[in-house]
Write a protein that binds this ligand. Structure first.
Ligand code: SAM
Length: 262
């Protein structure tokens, strides 16, 4: 895997920042998948769907690669922010925002209309995650790539425990939705096995699973901000740990990449 901080910095035209700790692993895997899809399909410009794409955190860098991106999101505020971000990035001709949700996806986009589909941070919030993944896969052309990112159970348990909230950590461990209590803002979390099973049941050949933010949320921010070279070193550590199944169990997020069975 190439250096994720360098890749993300190049594609987003920024120096590596604390924010890149949240995105670098996923971006590196996603960019690689898009490059491979473009090569396999013989097209420079892919049709990419970002369902629940929000304000375009991934849609904008994907468009900067030259791909056409459709963002479907139910939130008018997110779509407004997307419009602004896309204009500022100079990729307005490549990004279309559409109001809609993953449940009624085919009211607003075409079935089998996309070479790649992103579904990042959405399955936590929908009533029926299996239906969400089925729709994301149904939006793909044969052999298209799905990028699935969702909150990990173990990362939340570890974070609550390290913050001294031991009862909440134990509650999350036993809760069917992986929530640590009524005040938990996240409605649902997943294990790597659960996310993989959802993807496979929807007709996806899972190619890779990565743990995202294994250490980033646990490390004191001041250390990363003030220690020379600490951010770059932490990005490299995250990239190395992301691939190891033993670290998937404690990652804040889990990323599943797969290809639609032909
Ligand atoms: C945590 S944000 C993630 C945004 C973006 N994917 C990212 O990675 O930055 C969750 C997004 O999912 C959207 N969302 C919530 N319910 C949804 C649904 N049923 N279908 C599609 N998107 C949904 C929200 O409006 C929000 O933009």
């Amino acid at each position: 895997m190439s250096d994720p901080s360098a890749v993300f910095a190049r594609e987003t035209s920024t120096r590596p920042s604390r924010a890149s700790l949240r995105t670098a692993v996923v971006w590196d895997v996603l960019k690689d998948a898009l490059d491979r899809r473009a090569e396999a399909s013989g097209k420079d410009t892919l049709d990419v769907l970002d369902t629940g794409g929000g304000s375009g955190k991934f849609a904008v860098p994907v468009a900067r690669l030259g791909h056409r991106v459709t963002v479907v999101d139910p939130s008018p505020n997110a779509l407004f922010a997307l419009e602004r971000r896309v204009a500022e990035a100079g990729v307005a001709d490549l990004v279309t925002g559409v109001q809609g949700d993953i449940r009624g996806l085919f009211d607003v986009v075409e079935r089998e209309g996309f070479d790649a589909v992103l579904c990042h941070g959405v399955l936590e919030y929908v009533d029926d995650p299996a239906e969400g993944v089925r729709n994301a896969v149904a939006a793909l052309r044969p052999s298209g790539a799905l990028s699935l990112l969702a909150a990990g159970l173990g990362g939340a348990v570890l974070a609550r425990a390290l913050a001294g909230h031991f009862s909440e950590a134990r509650h999350a461990l036993g809760d069917p939705d992986g929530r640590w209590g009524d005040a938990d803002p996240v409605p649902r979390r997943f294990t790597a096995d659960q996310l993989t099973e959802l993807a496979e049941a929807a007709g996806l050949e899972v190619g890779a699973v990565h743990g995202v933010r294994v250490f980033a949320d646990l490390v004191p921010g001041v250390l990363v901000d003030t220690e020379p070279g600490a951010l770059e070193a932490l990005l490299k550590l995250e990239a190395a740990a992301a691939e190891l199944p033993s670290f998937h169990a404690v990652a804040t997020q889990l990323h599943v990449l797969g290809e639609k069975r032909g």
